[in-house]
Design a protein around this ligand. Structure first.
Ligand code: MTE
Length: 325
């Protein structure tokens, strides 16, 4: 597949993880090139990764589960009605305050039960994987939903580079925790034991639907959507879709996850979308498709596994889904 991907840096085949020295050299090269051409300001603007940049990608095939047929939620709605508690608990807080988060440079540590522990840097992520657009339904446990064209690559491709051991049964994820840039983590009313953590079973992590996501609507993620890298697991409730990831560990035990720790009777580890298992405080049978309002609630029937059962139900065969919610 020959396609040029967005990157302000010269492309280097990054089938290998880039050592920091190489990465720094590339950045310096770019700066030098920009200065030589009298383009310092432009170069600096490009390095500001909080401004979404165009991405190159291929579209998922028509008619596949990777391309939902529903109308897309408008960009505006998907990027102004968010949950990102690091920046506050109001739905409008992430769009207002997440620009304070520095996302370049960015480093992701991958370790635990893997043969080749290491690090990924921002451009290893943006330039080192073939990017694909997937149109997925997204269902929050709070019973709102959206349809978003995400851009990313299968998590399995990332994990394969670090060679998980056969004893690795789960994958744990952690979000950046930087108090100085995250007003929500400094709040007295903050209820989460930071950093935000999530986890998947290894077969879930390796499922082809599970997407490491770098963009949406053709561009890099805005900070409020979890820049520069977040998880999208479309058959699970939204809280599994951890944002702004800095650490990934392969483990032999089920990892502790933020919402399960906080309210285990309300939020389980599996969190598979299931219209038949109510949340203790509300039904999960229907959802409000964004944008929704009092006069136009856009009520939609919630589907088992959010409509992805054909690709995922087999992983839960014989499990009591009311017990493992
Ligand atoms: N990741 C982090 N780090 N912090 C969060 O508060 N909220 C989760 C999830 N990932 C959250 C997070 C919840 S509850 C949801 S519904 C989705 O992000 C929301 O994603 P969106 O804002 O892109 O719609």
């Amino acid at each position: 597949m020959s396609k040029s991907r967005w990157s302000p840096f010269p492309q280097i085949a990054s089938s290998e993880i880039t050592p920091e020295s190489v990465w720094l050299n590339r950045r310096n090269l770019m700066k030098a090139a920009a200065a030589g051409a009298g383009l310092v300001a432009a170069g600096e603007a490009m390095a500001d990764s909080s401004v979404p940049q165009a991405l190159d990608f291929v579209s998922a095939p028509d008619g596949s589960a990777y391309k939902a047929k529903e109308d897309l939620t408008p960009y505006e709605a998907a990027t102004t009605y968010n949950n990102f508690y690091e920046f506050g608990t109001d739905k409008s807080d992430p769009a207002r305050f997440a620009a304070a988060m520095t996302t370049d440079p960015w480093e992701i540590k991958v370790g635990g039960l893997v043969k080749k522990p290491g690090k990924l840097h921002l451009e290893d992520i943006l330039g080192g994987f073939d990017l694909e657009e997937r149109i997925y339904r997204f269902r929050c446990v709070e019973a709102w939903s959206m349809v978003v064209p995400w851009i990313g690559f299968p998590l399995s491709e990332l994990l394969d580079r670090f060679e998980p051991d056969t004893g690795g049964k789960f994958v744990e994820f952690k979000t950046l925790y930087r108090r100085s840039e995250m007003r929500g983590t400094r709040s007295f009313t903050s209820i989460i034991d930071w950093p935000y953590r999530e986890g998947l079973r290894m077969d879930e992590a390796m499922n082809p639907l599970t997407l490491m996501t770098v963009g949406l609507y053709g561009k890099t993620l805005p900070n409020q959507s979890g820049a520069p890298l977040r998880l999208i697991v479309p058959w699970k409730y939204g809280f599994k879709n951890i944002k702004s990831i800095v650490e990934i560990n392969v483990t032999d035990r089920q990892p502790k996850t933020s919402w399960q720790e906080l309210a285990p009777q309300e939020y389980g580890f599996y969190a598979n979308v299931n219209p038949e298992v109510s949340h203790p405080r509300w039904s999960q049978a229907y959802e409000r498709r964004l944008p929704s309002s009092l006069f136009n609630p856009s009520r939609v029937k919630t589907q088992m596994f959010n409509g992805y059962g054909e690709l995922v139900a087999g992983m839960y065969k014989g499990m009591d889904l009311a017990r493992y919610y």
